[in-house]
Design a protein around this ligand. Structure first.
Ligand code: AMP
Ligand code: AMP
Length: 361
């Protein structure tokens, strides 16, 4: 694992007056680059040729590095180039979707804003569950084997795939039948099945609060909230139940976008405390805890219980709904604050206080 000392040595050589903010060109990159520009940073984007149009239409990138594949980020020559450009990388969903945890912790020697040691806790479902439970959050029940299924469950694949390949089942038989169907439809592979995670399906509505953990201010801020727009599950209601039964639809959860939401104010105290507790527990697991953005994925039931089924200890794409502003960012900062800008602001403050090494790993 690339440790803090190694990253500390690289950061020491950086020219803080020329610090650049870099990331992979996808997911929440526009959010990150816009925030970086508004705080006066140079920006570096590692992107695929086919996606370069994004940065022509939204000219927020100073240095565009075209790669064939996102795994090229691991090549020593590209890493040297990024370090020479004084780049701090901002990890987002594409980092964990296209690179493995080991690749990120062992082979990526460019400073990242965030806590590398938490990555293991986040990407391993069992450790993640332990972290959230120990932080005092309510979680849906999990089942060890498909044979134990005794209620409606949601079957999930390992890793961030935006809900692709998830399916519901309400008995062992149903599970085996559906998984075969999913394999036939090419939404799942046989290998995936070995790692499938079985979680009680909580009936309720989703809310994804996004927080920012500021190491410099020793505070956790709530900055945005969203819910997802998922295909095909969000389209099922468009066809009558009789047709649904006839064509035997198995709902899938491929994310295609997000909506902003605001919560009933009486739910806020718990949401705020959940963010605090998750960070506090993280300080025990991997000091100094969460650095920067994180998001809790929750379901809220009709008796107003908040169940958390996942955490992302990085910026989530749902914060894109807040580019410019969101009610929660506005309440705290006034106009024109959002996750990408909050990240840049923390880096700017770290440079001012000569504490850059406190916010990178
Ligand atoms: P992409 O670069 O679009 O393939 O996204 C990388 C990962 O983040 C994938 O696992 C996506 O499913 C997930 N992701 C991308 N956009 C969103 C979004 N708007 N909301 C939630 N997850 C997303
Ligand atoms: P994810 O990709 O893990 O964020 O989840 C994809 C979809 O599955 C979202 O619509 C979630 O609301 C839904 N989901 C995930 N876990 C649960 C659960 N335990 N109960 C109900 N819905 C869930």
């Amino acid at each position: 694992m690339i440790d803090d000392t190694a990253i500390g040595k690289i950061i020491e050589k950086y020219d803080p007056t020329k610090l650049a903010i870099g990331t992979l060109g996808s997911h929440s990159s526009l959010n990150i680059f816009k925030g970086a520009k508004e705080e006066g940073f140079r920006t570096v984007c590692i992107c695929k040729e086919k996606d370069a149009i994004i940065y022509q239409k939204y000219p927020l990138v100073d240095e565009l590095i075209v790669v064939d594949d996102f795994t090229d980020l691991l090549s020593p020559s590209l890493q040297e180039r990024l370090c020479a450009l004084n780049v701090v990388l901002i990890p987002h969903g594409s980092f964990t979707a296209y690179l493995s945890t080991e690749q990120l912790t062992d082979n990526l020697a460019v400073p990242l804003m965030g806590n590398r040691r938490l990555l293991h806790w986040e990407t391993n479902r069992k450790s993640q569950e332990a972290w959230l439970r120990q932080a005092g959050l309510k979680l849906p029940m999990t089942f060890k084997s498909p044979d134990d299924i005794d209620r409606l469950i949601i079957a999930k694949l390992q890793g961030a795939r935006g809900g692709r390949g998830y399916f519901l089942a309400n008995s062992p038989l149903d599970f085996y039948k559906k998984s075969e169907e999913m394999i036939k439809r090419g939404l799942l592979t046989k290998e995936d099945l070995a790692y499938v995670h079985l979680q009680e399906y909580v009936l309720g509505v989703n809310a994804y609060p996004s927080y920012f953990s500021s190491i410099l201010n020793n505070d956790v801020e709530l900055l945005a909230m969203d819910r997802r727009y998922e295909s095909a599950v969000d389209s099922i209601g468009k066809i009558p139940a009789s047709e649904q039964l006839e064509i035997n639809i198995a709902p899938t959860y491929t994310v295609v976008g997000n909506f902003p939401i605001v919560l009933r104010e009486s739910l806020l105290p718990e949401i705020l405390r959940m963010g605090e507790h998750v960070h506090r527990k993280a300080t025990e697991l991997a000091s100094p805890g969460i650095i920067g953005p994180f998001c809790l994925e929750t379901v809220i039931t009709d008796d107003l219980k908040i169940y958390t089924f996942e955490i992302s200890a990085r910026i989530v794409a749902g914060t894109n709904v807040g580019i410019g502003t969101s009610p929660y960012a506005y309440l705290r900062y006034g106009e024109n604050m959002y996750m990408g800008r909050r990240i840049a602001l923390e880096l700017k403050e770290a440079i001012k206080q000569k504490r850059l090494s406190a916010v990178v790993a």
